[in-house]
Design a protein around this ligand. Structure first.
Ligand SMILES: [Zn+2]
Length: 435
């Protein structure tokens, strides 16, 4: 313990005394099945979970809004290409008003958690929180209901100690982070903003100040059908063309691009891995004795924050992909006259916060005072923090527990991490918003 004011000491003591309440709240959140959905699958316990949070937050005098946003419509955003409704999946925003003179702080968490899969592979039921050896087990304990519980606990402890930060503290709990990212998008679009933000992804007390963008890129390879067991004339004479065999050309293009991206100057980032293109799915063929007239290769493309253009999306990356695949295909006479086709399924846009920003340094400093020494890092995948950053609130991720148990069976968060995270967030809120 060092350098903390009397008020801070009081609040930290309250956070620690309330350890069981924090564990209890997390257990309530885990008991709600908020498994992330595919497409427009029916809602589960999302509304119930938001109501649990809303009741707690109203209880401490916050201005709470829980609402089902307008559906996402096709063409609206590359994040989701189909009609997606929010029926039964409300978003929540709670504002704890400051005394009016300080900076505001956003605390953000997603309430959805990846599906828990085969229950028999869990040592305890994924929807029933259980503490064993100082670890709280359950789906979402780590990613990231633990941080959400921690945020609410902080607000309750501030209130219990009669401490009101000078700036507003805004808590936003959204859905869809694990699927399309559109829950956070709708929350940001609703006007939720602050001077800085913390998203509670399980960073293990590191601060993630940057993330890569991701797009799903599908290359369509044309062919021509014909009997696979009969001699075929040349394609110019009407013969069959095997689309699957031309996959080699497309895979070679992907490899070339990856090598180029690995060595290029605009690919270097101090916190992130180089951009990448990873073939993830192949589909082709209709019948065992028919030449396949079509084959598709799906690739996961990860790109740097610097590639986002003025429209907020990475059109330049799309142009580069198509130019390179076109150029490679042009060497093949069939593909030169029957071009590849391109489709983009979804896109998650990257963002970064300057490493000298206070919202990067302050959480690290506060955690270090508690003996939790983290570092500035980046996330090679994507998180909701990028959305809030793009909408004007510089937002980093800073959360309890490491990423190791996220998206796995027997997911857990160490209870000591939870308590220390709540302590660190309380210090950040007091220092950033002022008292
Ligand atoms: Zn997460």
């Amino acid at each position: 313990m060092e350098g903390q004011s009397r008020i801070e000491e009081r609040v930290l003591a309250r956070v620690r005394t309330g350890r069981d309440e924090l564990v209890g709240l997390l257990g309530e959140l885990i008991a709600c099945d908020t498994s992330s959905r595919e497409g427009n699958a029916a809602a589960r316990d999302e509304a119930k979970l938001q109501e649990i949070l809303a009741a707690r937050l109203r209880g401490l005098g916050a201005d709470v809004r829980v609402w089902e946003p307008e559906p996402i419509e096709p063409g609206e955003t590359p994040a989701c290409l189909f009609h997606l409704d929010f029926v039964g999946r409300p978003q929540l925003v709670a504002r704890v008003a400051g005394t009016g003179r300080g900076r505001s702080l956003l605390l953000n968490g997603h309430i959805d958690a990846v599906p828990y899969g085969d229950v028999s592979r869990w040592q305890s039921h994924p929807l029933k929180a259980e503490v064993r050896d100082g670890r709280l087990y359950g789906r979402g304990a780590n990613d990231m209901k633990g941080a959400l519980a921690s945020f609410v606990h902080v607000l309750e402890c501030l209130r219990a100690e009669g401490v009101r930060p000078a700036g507003d503290v805004v808590l936003a709990a959204n859905t869809e982070e694990e699927s399309t990212g559109t829950g956070g998008l709708r929350v940001a679009q609703s006007g939720v903003a602050a001077d800085a933000g913390i998203c509670g992804e399980p960073t293990g007390f590191d601060v993630w100040a940057a993330c890569r963008g991701a797009m799903t890129f599908v290359v369509g390879i044309p062919g021509r059908t014909g009997h696979a067991e009969m001699p075929q004339p040349g394609w110019r004479d009407g013969g069959a063309v095997n689309a699957i065999e031309r996959l080699e050309i497309v895979l070679a293009a992907a490899r070339r691009l990856r090598e180029d991206w690995r060595t290029r100057d605009d690919s270097r980032h101090p916190l992130l891995s180089t951009p990448d293109i990873v073939p993830t799915m192949v589909r082709g063929g209709e019948w065992t004795v028919t030449y396949p007239d079509r084959c598709t290769l799906t690739c996961d493309v990860e790109y740097m924050p610097s590639r986002v253009d003025g429209c907020g999306w990475a059109q330049g990356v799309r142009d580069e992909l198509e130019a390179l695949f076109d150029a490679t295909a042009a060497a093949d006479p069939w593909l030169a006259e029957h071009p590849l086709s391109y489709e983009y399924l979804t896109e998650a846009v990257p963002a970064e916060v300057p490493v000298d920003h206070e919202i990067v340094r302050l959480p690290l400093q506060c955690a270090a005072e508690l003996g939790r020494h983290g570092r500035v890092a980046g996330l090679d995948s994507w998180h909701d923090a990028a959305t809030f950053t793009r909408f004007g609130t510089p937002t980093v991720s800073f959360g309890p527990g490491g990423f190791e148990t996220a998206h796995r069976e027997n997911e857990y968060v160490p209870v000591d991490d939870l308590v220390d995270h709540a302590c660190a967030v309380a210090l950040v809120a007091l220092r950033f918003c002022g008292t």
